[in-house]
Every structure is written in C-alpha cells, then in structure tokens.
Design a protein around this ligand. Structure first.
Ligand SMILES: Cc1cc2nc3c(=O)[nH]c(=O)nc-3n(C[C@H](O)[C@H](O)[C@H](O)COP(=O)(O)OP(=O)(O)OC[C@H]3O[C@@H](n4cnc5c(N)ncnc54)[C@H](O)[C@@H]3O)c2cc1C
Length: 252
C-alpha cells in the first residue's frame, strides 16, 4: 500500500562548503550625477544661483568637469554618494579597508553569526605564477597541472578548516573564538559607501588601465571588485568618468 504524504523537499546542507571564483557588487542606493559636480563647482562664480546654471550648456559643463579633474580641484566631486553591497573573500576586504578617507563600511560579523562555508577558488583565467621582484612583478598563466593542484588543495583545506569550525561550535566554543581556524579565502559581505572622489582614488590604485598615467599593480581579486564598482559609477556619472580616464586616472 502506498500512503501519500507531503512532498519531500531536500533541505540544503548549510554546512557543506561551496566554492566560487567571482566577486559581486550591487549598487544598493545612490545620489550621484554629473550635475552634482557642476552645481558644487559653479557656486564659486554663481553663488546661490549655481543650481540654475546646471542645464545651460552641455559642452561647457563637460569642459568644466574636465578642467576640475585636470587641475585637481577635488572637492566638487564629493557631493554625491553611492552605497554598494559587496561580496568578496576576506583577503580582498583586508586590502579594501585600507582605504580610509571618504569610505564607510559595515561588514557581517563572525562574532554574531555563524559564518557560511563559501570559499574562493581561482578560475582558469586567473594568472597563477608570479615572476620578477617586489615592485616589478608580472603574472603569467599557470599550467593545467598548477590549476588542478590549486583548486584541489584549496578545496581540501577549506573543507578541513570548516569541519574544525563546526566541531568547535558543536562543543560549545564561542563563534568569535572558533572562527580563528577559518582561512582568508572565506567570503564575506559588506556595505561600502563612497563618493566619486574617494572611488577614483580607489580605482587609481586598485585597477590597471591603459589610460592610467601612474601604473598600479593591484591584486587581481580586488581589481575584479574595482571593475564592477567602476561599471556602476560610469553609468551614473559618465562625464566625470570620461574626464577621469582622459586625465590619466588620477583622483583630483
Ligand atoms: C598595489 C598596492 C600594494 C600595496 N601593498 C601594501 C603592503 O605591502 N603593505 C601595506 O601595509 N599596505 C599596502 N598597500 C596599501 C597602501 O599602502 C594604502 O594603505 C592603500 O592603498 C590605501 O591608500 P591611501 O592611504 O592613499 O587611501 P586612503 O586611506 O583612502 O587615504 C586617501 C588619501 O588621504 C590622505 N591621507 C589619509 N590618511 C592620511 C594620514 N594619516 N596622513 C596623511 N595623509 C593621509 C592621503 O593623501 C591618501 O592618499 C598597497 C596598496 C596597493 C595599491
């Protein structure tokens, strides 16, 4: 006899590690437009009438933004705000949080919540081999064997670390103590709020670009986050973004 019950749905195993190679950046909210630069700059000459100057002459507006960028008049680029939700490994956040000025951060807590087992493994596009000396490194593609080893070794190591974390929690050890066994490849999430000026400073240091007058050599994974941030910002402030590129990607 067959007795029908409710459909059986599999509960996903929350403790089974999963592995990712991507970073995600979501634009959560913003108040950011090229016009924010214009009214802030034009108060110098138009005073309280500067808001009315905004739509007057698009070519003049473009020229003004370019002039401000070129001559490094930075403060008009601060009257805007972008909040991003970023998901990336802990080692990326360690680098990110070195950017102190014009940035606000709030990150998930390893004290107040059980950390989820999501870990970073580089994909086949990640150049694995470093050559050269400090300050003059270049990265070249890894062999298939190096990729296979890297993926396997990382996954094994992550699994073992997370198992130990679970064992400590099960034994009653506090989350804030147990988390010490988790590696920097663990994904975390944070809100980061910045303005165009602080974002440009970040991008100048954390991305490589053919128009950059001063080359930088960022770690690829934070650069991936930077590229996603830049995509959102460029859509919001296209004239400012173009002027940033045209002037060598140096923050004003
Ligand atoms: C490729 C690369 C490699 C790096 N390697 C290392 C490393 O090996 N070890 C390491 O510790 N860090 C390293 N860093 C981090 C780096 O030293 C900076 O901490 C990080 O890039 C943030 O830059 P910032 O201080 O200019 O940014 P912010 O903190 O956002 O500051 C912005 C600007 O404000 C001014 N400012 C901020 N604070 C002060 C202050 N206290 N005094 C005076 N002026 C201030 C400066 O003009 C500064 O440029 C590296 C960064 C990059 C991009």
């Amino acid at each position: 006899m067959c007795v029908e019950g409710p459909p059986v749905t599999e509960t996903p195993d929350q403790t089974a590690p999963s592995f990712r190679s991507d970073m995600t950046v979501e634009l959560v909210k913003h108040s950011a437009a090229d016009t924010d630069v214009l009214w802030a700059a034009r108060v110098s000459t138009a005073g309280e009438a500067s808001l009315g100057e905004m739509d007057k002459d698009p070519e003049r507006s473009k020229g003004l933004i370019n002039y401000l960028m070129r001559d490094r008049h930075g403060s008009p680029f601060e009257h805007n705000s972008m909040t991003f939700l970023i998901s990336a490994p802990l080692f990326v956040f360690r680098e990110f949080h070195r950017h102190r000025v014009g940035w606000s951060y709030n990150e998930e807590s390893g004290r107040y919540r059980e950390l989820q087992p999501v870990f970073y493994v580089p994909d086949e596009t990640r150049k694995l081999v470093q050559q050269g000396r400090p300050g003059k490194y270049e990265f070249v593609a890894g062999t298939p064997a190096q990729h296979e080893l890297t993926g396997r070794a990382m996954e094994d190591s992550y699994r073992q670390a997370y198992e130990t974390y679970q064992e400590l929690l099960a034994a009653g050890v506090a989350r804030e103590v147990a988390r010490a066994v988790l590696p920097v490849g663990l994904y975390s999430s944070m809100y980061a709020t910045c303005n165009a000026r602080s974002l440009m400073h970040f991008l100048g240091l954390r991305t490589q670009h053919e128009q950059a007058r001063v080359p930088s050599f960022p770690q690829r994974e934070i650069e991936m986050v930077g590229e996603l941030l830049e995509g959102h910002w460029a859509a919001l402030m296209p004239l400012t973004h173009a002027a940033f590129n045209a002037n060598g990607r140096i923050a004003p």
